[in-house]
Design a binder for this molecule. Sequence first.
Ligand code: ADP
Length: 443
Amino acid sequence: MLLRLAWRQSLIRLLLFYLFALGIGLALGEPWWALGIATVVLAARAYWRLYRVLRFLDWRKQLQTVDGQGLWAALETLIHRRQTENRRRSRRLVRLLRAYRQAASAMPDAALVINRRDGRLVWFNKTARHLLGLRYPQSLGEPLADFFMGQPRVRDWLASGQTDEPLTDLPSPADPMVRISLRLIPYSAREWMVVVRDVTKLMRLEQVRRDFVANVSHELRTPLTVVHGYLDMIEPEEHPDLAVMVEEMRRQSQRMTQLVEDLLTLSRLEAQEHLPEEPLAMAPMLVTLRREAEALSQGRHEIRVVDEAGCDLTGSVKELHSAFSNLVSNAIRYTPTGGRVTVRFEKVAGGGVRLAVQDTGYGIPEQHLPRITERFYRVSTSRSRESGGTGLGLSIVKHVLSLHQARLDVESEVGRGSTFACVFGPARVRMRGPAGEHPEDVS
Ligand code: ADP
C-alpha cells in the first residue's frame, strides 16, 4: 500500500517536474538545456538521499522518522521500521541472555561450555572458577583436559563424547580432597556443555557404606567358620533324632557363607579401579564352563558350548571366570529339567566379541529386566532361595564387566528363556595362541 502510493506520487512528481522544466525551457528558447539541467538536479537529489540512507546504515544510527513523500521517503520509512523492530528484539534477547547468565552463575554446579572439536573452553560460570581452579578470562580458550593433567581418563572421556555415562569420582584440579563428577550435555552442533558437581560428601557416604558392608561381612566370616566346624563334627548317624535339624542348619550356614563371600567379592570389586590385564585363553575357559555346567546340572539339561570367535581376551582371568560361571550357574538354576543351555563365544560387529549364555528356562518378565543387576533384586525370591541364590550374582557380573569396559546385554521372554551376553570391545580382543588357532566347536 505504502509502496504503491509512493510509486504513483513519485511518477507524478517526476512528470510535473519535467513538464515545468520543459515549460521554462520553451519560454527561454532552450528546451534541451532545461531538460538536461532538470535531470542533473534530480540525479543530485537522488545521490544526496542515497548518501543519507547509507550514512545512517553505516553508523548504525537510528534513522529519523520521515514525513516526506515519494520513493525515498518510503525507503527510509521501511528502514526505520525494520530498525525499530530489530532494536526491540535485540533488547529482549539481551535481557533474556542476562537472565540466563545470572541463572547459570547462580547454579551450585559448575557449568562449562567447550568446543566439541578441540575441547577448548568457550564459557564457564562462577562455580567453575573455584571448583576447578579456572581463572577468568585467562582460562578461556584453553583445552579443558589440560586442567586434568594427572587424569588421562578425562581426555579419553571427552574424546569419546559419552553423554549417557558421567565421569565420576575424580579429584578436583583445584583441591585433590574434593571429589567431582563430570557430565557431558549436547549443547549445540559445535559445543558441549560440561556440568561438574562436587560429590565429596556423596563419595564419603558411599565409602562409609562400602566399608560397613565389607567389615560386617569380614566379621561374620569367623563365627560362621566356627559354627560350620561344629556342625561338621556332629554325625547325623549318631544322633538320628537331630539329623533333619542338623542337615537344615548346615544348609543355612552354607547359604550364609556364600552370602558373605559374595558380599566380600562385591566390596573388593567396588574398591578397585583397575584389574590385572592378563591373557585369557578362551578355549580352556569354555571347557571349564562346560564342566561346571555339567556338575551343576547333574545330567538334567542339554549343554552346548560353541566357540565361533576364534580369539582370546585380555582381562582378569579370575574375575571374568567368576562372571561367566555366574551366568552359567543362573542358566542352569533357572531352567527346568530337560531344558537346554548354550554357551556361545562369537564375534560382534565393530571388532568386539561376546560370550552369550542362552537358556530355555523360565525367562524374566520385561518389567524386571532393568533391575535384575541390582543387589538382592530377585524376580522370584522363593525360586532364587530354592536354587541356592544370594541375589548378588548379577551385580558381581555387572561390576566385573564394567571394570573391563564391557557391558551385559539381557534378552528374555517368559516361558521361552533368556540370553545373558557379556559384550567386549575390540580393545579386549587378542589373537588366539597356537593351542587353539581355529574356531572350534567344543560341544
Ligand atoms: P540369584 O542369586 O538370586 O540368582 P542373581 O543376581 O544371579 O541372583 O540374579 C538376580 C535375579 O535374576 C534372580 O533372582 C532371577 O530371578 C533372575 N535371573 C537371573 N538369571 C536368570 C536366568 N537365566 N533365567 C531366569 N531368571 C534369571
